[in-house]
Design a protein around this ligand. Structure first.
Ligand code: UD1
Ligand code: CA
Length: 444
């Protein structure tokens, strides 16, 4: 029974009014991607056979974000059981376990869900497994109520007696339910309660009433943090960042000041990578072994090969590919450009839409002039070329292998391999002119 197939229903029809946002709540990002996608990823890691997301009216954005996972619409928000009922067309008679997850509770781990599935697999094979937790400060959560035969019911806070409100074990909302009973139990749920809603929590007492059993598993409160406001979004971000940093360190990266490093959900750091303080990773960054990223760098959509050195204060934008042992220094911005092995771009430079050959040296203040207000053009710099400081390379343009560009040049034409190109005004000198000028000014 452990290998029973699983399906997941993600409830995401809540408006999220307290977010004060035009976006549906579950589309707010944690570590660079919408909450709902974090959950779907967790579910996918459990090899779920089918997932479905329950959305509310006007949330088409969710449908496109989760595709090809289907969404079903809950037209009126009549409660969590009513939300689950909307998944019937997708999951009726599902021959396995159906998980119910909340779209706004994205930090739940695969390990916790596995513990719930394991509980389903153990005798007496409970038809409902509830995920419970013990909130440090109480809170208006549903309470788990036990009888002689174990878990008997969940009582919503609003409907609970003063004694029941003292029960420390609360309902997180997450459940694992035997698929073949799910919708018949849901059909029996009414809305005669304090909120006038169809409570999914009633499924426990209904299951028990028809001779099925219910059980529970406990998780840490931190994992069940619900996001209802921007402040809670920031709390969830902090939890996720801590996990991502710990993962990176466990895989062999040094984070000099972990708390100051922001990672993305998909950041890949190799072994013996060193990340200095205050480095920010946007989505799509892959860093190979032995790379050093010095403080205050910002990276997004970048690959960095083995042994490269980046920063401090470098900005690597989407499409930058930094080769082995290459050096990218301070106040350098690189976008959509390949910097091949051993090349150096050390100071105050913009490289965009370019290819820089192996071991080329790009002087301070070099600018690729890649844009004319309409199109973007390519700059190609050959292997071993040397570009003098403060040069403007007006694309499209090619600098041949081994060529030298004199400092201060504006290069508008291709430069042949091993040639010297100087594109600047010739210097003139007027002997004694300065002294004569000063004399004249003093006499006025
Ligand atoms: C729910 C539980 C409560 C638990 C708490 C944990 C019920 C009846 N109560 O209460 O026992 O302690 O979560 O946070 O289940 N949703 C829909 N459609 C609806 C209603 C809700 O999609 O019609 C979604 C919401 O977007 C949200 C989730 O379900 O993601 C929970 O709904 P919410 O109204 O916050 O439930 P609580 O009252 O907090
Ligand atoms: Ca809630």
């Amino acid at each position: 029974m452990t290998n029973e197939s699983i399906a997941a229903i993600l409830l995401a029809a809540g408006q999220g009014t307290r977010m004060k946002s035009a976006k549906p709540k579950v589309m707010h990002a944690l570590a660079g991607r919408p909450m709902v996608l974090h959950l779907l990823d967790t579910v996918r890691s459990l090899d779920a056979a089918q997932s479905v997301v329950v959305t509310g009216p006007g949330m088409d954005e969710i449908a496109s974000a989760v595709a090809p996972v289907p969404t079903v619409l809950q037209q009126d928000r009549l409660g969590t059981a009513h939300a689950v009922a909307q998944a019937r067309p997708v999951l009726e008679n599902f021959p396995g376990t159906v998980l119910v997850l909340y779209g706004d509770t994205p930090l739940i781990t695969a390990a916790t869900i596995r513990a719930m599935l394991d509980r389903r697999a153990q005798a007496p094979h409970p038809s409902v497994v509830v995920l419970g937790f013990r909130p440090k400060n109480g809170g208006e959560y549903g309470r788990l109520v036990f009888g002689a035969n174990g878990l008997q019911a969940i009582v919503e806070y609003k409907d609970a007696t003063p004694e029941q409100r003292q029960i420390p074990l609360c309902n997180s909302g997450v459940m694992a339910i035997e698929g073949k009973h799910l919708f018949s139990l849901i059909d029996k749920i009414g809305n005669d309660n304090a909120k006038g809603e169809f409570y999914l929590t009633d499924i426990v007492k209904l299951a028990v009433a028809q001779g099925l059993t219910a059980s529970y598993v406990e998780a840490e409160e931190e994992e069940l943090l619900g996001v209802n406001s921007r402040a809670e979004l920031a709390e969830a971000e902090a939890v996720l960042q801590k996990r991502l940093r710990n993962n990176a360190m466990a895989r062999g990266a040094t984070l000099v000041d972990p708390a100051s490093v922001t990672l993305s959900w998909d950041t890949v750091l190799g072994r013996d990578v060193t990340i200095g303080p205050s480095v920010v990773f946007g989505p799509g960054v892959t860093v190979a072994d032995d790379v050093e990223i010095r403080p205050f760098c910002h990276l997004e959509g970048v690959t960095i090969a083995k042994g490269a050195q980046i920063g401090p204060f470098a900005r690597l934008r989407p499409g930058a590919a930094i080769g082995e042992q290459a050096h990218i220094g301070n106040f350098v911005e690189i976008k959509k450009a390949t910097v091949e092995a051993g090349a150096k771009v050390n100071h105050l430079t913009y490289i965009g839409d370019a290819k820089i050959g192996a071991k080329a040296n790009i002087g301070a203040g070099t600018i690729t002039c890649n844009y004319d207000g309409f199109g973007k053009y390519l700059t190609e710099i050959g292997a071993g070329a040397f570009v003098g400081s403060n040069s403007s390379l007006v694309a499209p343009v090619k600098i041949g292998d081994g060529a030298i560009v004199g400092a201060g040049s504006v290069i508008t034409k291709d430069v042949a391999a091993d040639a010297l190109a100087v594109g600047r005004g010739t210097q003139m000198e007027l002997p004694g002119w300065a002294e004569r000028f000063r004399d004249k000014m003093k006499k006025r």
